[in-house]
Design a binder for this molecule. Structure first.
Ligand code: ZN
Length: 212
């Protein structure tokens, strides 16, 4: 998320009307734009029904039930949690084997219940406590970007661990968890996401994934 947010902050320098907003307003608006950009799937499609069934089976394992909304979409985005409680999930997830679909949805639920949106907002607010202006943001840009990236990676590992735990509750074993990562394909590190190798290592360190 960090890169997107920072790009948005930079954009604001061209939008004087927003300059008196604080950084959390900016984050919220940025995520609102991402939400509005998602095309909804047909509400009664078989794919949407499959996703909602998987999602409901996860929610049944969670006490208390989290405040969360699932939006099934079409387009390039696979899955993301926005504004802390809205999970956007692509209808193409319906074509995955059930354990892989459960893992992706449970990962996003992890972001919700572990309040990653709030923690991210607090980090940005720490570095940009007042109005968003170049004078405020320029001197801290490098430090904020570095910390936001580290926090985003930490959140990914934590969401994976949460997902692995949910899958265990549903009876999906450690070997299957390893298979899920292979089905999803190998991804390299980015500013916001650790790559597959680090995610698997993190799960192994927490005792979730089987050894190769
Ligand atoms: Zn994530």
């Amino acid at each position: 998320m960090g890169q997107t947010l920072w790009a948005c902050v930079i954009c604001l320098f061209c939008a004087p009307a927003w300059c008196q907003q604080d950084i959390v307003d900016v984050l919220w608006r940025s995520q609102d734009q991402r939400l509005q950009a998602q095309a909804p799937a047909e509400a009664d499609s078989a794919a949407a029904a499959t996703l909602r069934r998987s999602f409901d089976s996860l929610l049944k394992t969670m006490q208390p039930a989290p405040v969360v909304e699932l939006r099934v979409t079409r387009g390039p985005l696979l899955a993301e949690t926005l504004q802390g409680h809205i999970i956007v999930a692509n209808e193409s997830l319906a074509a995955l084997p059930e354990p892989a679909r459960l893992f992706i949805l449970a990962h996003e639920l992890g972001h919700v219940v572990q309040q990653h949106w709030l923690r991210t907002a607090l980090l940005y607010q720490k570095w940009v406590p007042g109005a968003v202006t170049p004078a405020q943001t320029d001197p801290v840009a490098a430090s904020l970007t570095r910390e936001a990236s580290a926090l985003a990676h930490e959140h990914e590992f934590a969401a994976d661990a949460f997902a692995a735990q949910r899958l265990q509750v549903l009876g999906i074993d450690r070997q299957e968890l390893l298979a899920i990562f292979f089905q999803l394909g190998v991804v390299h590190d980015s500013a916001t996401h650790p790559g597959t190798r680090k995610r698997m290592a993190s799960l192994r360190a927490r005792g979730f994934a089987a050894e190769r």
